[in-house]
Design a protein around this ligand. Structure first.
Ligand code: NAG
Ligand code: NAG
Length: 267
């Protein structure tokens, strides 16, 4: 019953907000700035808490988002494509980045580290581009594509066996949001819900013993659906600091749902 209710909540969510999230596929105008100090190891791991993983997630192409991108932490791990408009300096394809942290200032929508910012520029023009304070960009949310990665679970260091489990999802593909997460012992239907701590981090202090399976409500565009990892994901002796492969891949759950918005012919 609880599961059914969660599913209905997800459908309600997507019916209510679907058009909003779907139209995140539309291109928007904004500002991006080069941030030489943007490192894969922000103090404290950054708001999203990816820490050193930030550098691996998208081949080093990561960015921090401004207040508009935060979305109560849902913005963590979202992927964007952007290009700048200066015909002399900017490449036409632009660059794809993943959000791994946030900054407070409204003046720039994105701050990009070296490799990502250089990706905005035409070959040989990165140096010129970096000298500008902030560049005007067009950007849109795009599905994240982690080609050779399944959705994975990092058991956070603050987890305390046997009952307290804090996990972070890594490699969440598609243009998706995770809205609910349940955990159960493998083979059991006694699902226990987890609570979002922030962004990609979920916790419970009632984790079952034994090997664990997971399921999640995932939305994208107009649709929500359950994604199941019914085989063993965490072994009975799960360890803080370890990453476990769920064996499932989250791709887009919905077909293109955005009508009447400007599509950009980016490759
Ligand atoms: C950021 O923008 C919002 C609304 O657009 C505004 O209310 C807020 O004061 C701005 N904050 C700063 C620091 O400029
Ligand atoms: C992803 O999961 C499948 C099982 O569903 C597995 O066969 C495959 O090896 C996994 N991929 C990686 C990169 O671990």
């Amino acid at each position: 019953m609880a599961a059914f209710l969660t599913f209905m909540v997800a459908l309600f969510f997507s019916a209510t907000y679907g058009s909003v999230s779907a139209c995140e596929r539309c291109a928007r105008q904004g500002k991006a700035a080069y941030s030489p100090s943007l490192s894969p190891l922000p103090r404290g791991g950054g708001v999203c808490g990816y820490g050193a993983k930030a550098a691996e997630i998208n081949g080093g192409f990561f960015a921090t988002g401004g207040p508009r991108q935060h979305r109560g932490g849902l913005g963590c791990g979202r992927c964007f494509q952007m290009r700048c408009r200066d015909a002399e300096l900017c490449s036409s394809g632009g660059v794809r980045v993943v959000l791994t942290d946030f900054h407070r200032s409204n003046r720039t929508d994105f701050k990009l580290g070296g490799p990502a910012f250089a990706g905005l520029a035409k070959p040989g023009m990165a140096h010129e581009l970096k000298r500008l304070d902030a560049v005007s960009v067009e950007y849109k949310r795009i599905p994240c594509d982690y080609k050779d990665k399944n959705l994975s679970i990092l058991v956070e260091e603050q987890s305390k066996r046997p009952s307290n489990l804090v996990v972070k999802f890594l490699y969440q593909g598609g243009q998706t949001d995770i809205l609910a997460v349940d955990v159960a012992q493998v083979g059991s239907s006694d699902w226990r819900f987890m609570t979002r701590v922030y962004g990609p981090v979920w916790s419970t202090d009632r984790v079952p013993t034994g090997p664990l399976q997971f399921r999640a409500v995932v939305t994208g565009g107009y649709d929500g659906k359950w994604v199941w990892a019914e085989q063993e994901v965490l072994p009975a002796n799960w360890q803080p600091g370890q990453v476990y492969d769920t064996g499932v891949r989250i791709a887009d759950v919905a077909r293109e749902g955005c009508q009447g918005c400007a599509k950009l012919d980016w490759k």
